[in-house]
Design a binder for this molecule. Structure first.
Ligand code: GRF
Length: 196
């Protein structure tokens, strides 16, 4: 019998469109993985999505509880998808180079604490830059500071609003995140060496 595909936990705080993109990529066999848990805030709309897919939805209290929940379910990779909380040292130590995040800008630009959602796109427009994009990176203790694994550019167009820009970036995220996760779990992409 062949080994089961690598197990993934997806952490969400919001609507969960990246979770949806990950699930679609698994269904379409573009991502050789299975989502064994969705973890997030009790009120996250993504909770309904997890339920509809029959995936357990958990809301552990803190770093220790989260780490225990991941281990109990045999999670091998952790994907943050719009998760607004810091990942603590226990989880990071238990999953070295295996906690990933997607961010809606070309990191290191427009990242860091407080840079999430429309704030990122508003800052991009206020800065007057011509391009932005999406980045997948390894999560470390500092927000959006870990090594970047993949980035894709998106042009800022004249007349863009934060909403129109967010929509084009999000479409890129939905392809970039599952593709990068697939390259990682297949061992085709190796994180650069870094010091925790
Ligand atoms: C995305 O823009 C992602 O880059 C950021 O949070 C947003 C989550 O959106 N980290 P969704 O909940 O996946 O729709």
């Amino acid at each position: 019998m062949s080994a089961p595909p690598p197990s993934l936990a997806v952490l969400v705080s919001g609507r969960g469109s990246n979770l949806q993109a990950i699930l679609a990529a698994i269904r379409e066999q573009r991502l050789p993985a299975r989502v064994v848990a969705v973890i997030g805030d009790r009120a996250a709309p993504a909770r309904d999505l997890a339920r509809a897919e029959g995936i357990p939805f958990l809301s552990p209290g803190g770093d220790e509880e989260l780490c225990a929940a991941l281990r109990e379910r045999g999670v091998q990779w952790v994907a943050l998808a719009g998760y607004l909380h810091r990942i603590g040292p226990r989880v990071l130590a238990a999953y070295p180079n295996r906690v990933l995040n997607i961010h809606p800008s070309l990191l290191p630009a427009f990242g860091g604490q407080g840079m999430y959602g429309q704030r990122v796109h508003r800052a991009v427009l206020a800065a007057g830059v011509r391009e932005t994009g999406a980045s997948v990176h390894i999560v470390t203790e500092d927000y959006d500071q870990g090594p970047v694994l993949a980035r894709e550019r998106v042009a800022v167009l004249p007349g863009d609003s934060p909403e129109s820009l967010a929509a084009r970036v999000l479409a890129v995220e939905h392809r970039l995140y599952p593709d990068t996760l697939a390259r990682l779990v297949r061992g085709e992409l190796r994180p650069p060496p870094w010091q925790s």
